[in-house]
Design a protein around this ligand. Structure first.
Ligand code: PLP
Length: 380
């Protein structure tokens, strides 16, 4: 399906893959697989090492991201843990400073103990990355757009810099998905997703996906996936396959809604700053336009008066006050006490993830209903 339009690739995932002719690829609930004879295999031995339903999903993410191999994990954090296991005691990493709080926690509370050091950098400035490189730097791990401040990194310039220093680049593509942004085509070595978000798309599955460019690196990630064992089960793999089929339809609708809400927030007297890369005054707007075909559906904003926050969170009627993002249902999150609570308070304040900041993951509901929901919640 490599040459077809992405909408066609998405809709066709799993079709013509099963010998029965099943249009919806079956869920292969089998932990183990019989061998026809000694020394022969059907291609599947044991489901941690490989499962037919998971393989359809893994091939799909590899194809969509233009990688040579894809891997599915039991969560985004399981995927990131597996990728961080590429590194050893003494290695140094450069990581986006306002990354997802769980990524920060994993690095700061676990991998630091294993002797992996990290410089946290504003990756929207490639020069700051250049300045942070040491002879021990092995990878740049970059989120773009960042969570929650929606900063945009210039993927191509980062990858060029990394290549010139023999450093690998890992991009967390959760916020945009391959429908809007394909970092491997811009020079990255690995893409990782919390597939819990836009790829699953329905707030019903926790999962992680990885796509790798380069056979040798892919083989190592495959080894780690099997050795560490945090693989995705067949039912959850199937849910992601089903979610992916409508990814383009969902994202286009969510992005359209997001732009309208971002403009509404910009003109709202209670709002101080709006962080949405689809607004022309966003500092990353031009970079985003040059490297992706969309801006996504996540908006962060600060209120002038933080005392309004409890009332907004209590009074929204359509938008749910909940962690997570990317699903068809709109959610509102308070990063300060939810997604980014594990980042030390002083660092959080310094980054701007303060107690005035809210994040909306815009869903596919009718836009007038969403605006009127926000309007009534803001004015109560
Ligand atoms: C950008 C980003 N990366 C990774 C993760 C972790 O993924 P999961 O919650 O599926 O483990 C998240 C979760 O919110 C995220 O937002």
């Amino acid at each position: 399906m490599k040459d077809r339009d992405i909408m066609t690739q998405l809709a066709q995932i799993g079709n013509r893959n099963d010998s029965t002719g099943a249009i919806s690829f079956p869920i292969y609930y089998s932990a183990t697989f019989a061998h026809p004879e000694l020394g022969k295999s059907t291609g599947f031995d044991y489901s941690r090492s490989g499962n037919p339903t998971r393989k359809v999903l893994e091939d799909a993410i590899a194809g969509l991201e233009k990688g040579c191999k894809g891997y599915a994990f039991s969560s985004g954090m399981a995927a990131i843990t597996t990728l961080l296991s590429l590194f050893q005691n003494g290695d140094h990493l450069i990581v986006t400073e306002d990354s997802y709080g769980g990524t920060y926690r994993l690095l700061d509370k676990i991998f630091k103990e294993f002797g992996i050091s990290v410089s946290y950098v504003d990756t929207s400035w490639t020069e700051l990355i250049r300045n942070a490189i040491t002879p021990k730097t092995k990878a740049i791990f970059c989120e773009t757009p960042t969570n929650p401040l929606m900063k945009i990194a210039d993927i191509q310039s980062i990858c060029e810099l990394a290549k010139s220093r023999n450093i690998i680049t890992i991009i967390d593509n959760t916020f945009l998905t391959p429908y809007y942004q394909r970092p491997l085509e811009l020079g990255a070595d690995i893409v990782v997703h919390s597939a819990t978000k836009f790829i699953g798309g329905h707030n019903d599955v926790v999962a992680g996906l990885v796509a790798v460019k380069g056979e040798k690196l892919a083989e190592r990630v495959g080894f780690l996936q099997n050795a560490l064992g945090a693989t995705l089960g067949p039912q959850d793999s199937w849910l992601l396959i089903r979610g992916l089929k409508t990814l383009g339809l969902r994202l286009d609708c969510q992005q359209r809604n997001a732009l309208t809400i971002a403009r509404w927030l910009e003109n709202n007297p209670h709002v101080d700053t709006v962080y949405y890369p689809g607004l022309p005054n966003h500092p990353g707007y031009a970079t985003q336009q040059s490297q992706a075909s969309g801006f996504g559906a996540i908006i962060s904003f600060t209120l002038k008066d933080k005392k309004q926050i409890p009332s907004i969170l209590k009074n929204v009627e359509i938008i749910s006050f909940a962690e997570s993002l990317g699903g068809v249902e709109s959610l509102i999150t308070y990063p300060f006490i939810q997604t980014h609570a594990d980042i030390p308070a002083d660092i959080r304040e310094q980054l701007g993830i303060d107690d005035c900041l809210l994040r909306i993951s815009v869903g596919i509901e009718n836009i007038e209903d969403l605006i009127s929901d926000l309007n009534q919640a803001f004015n109560k």
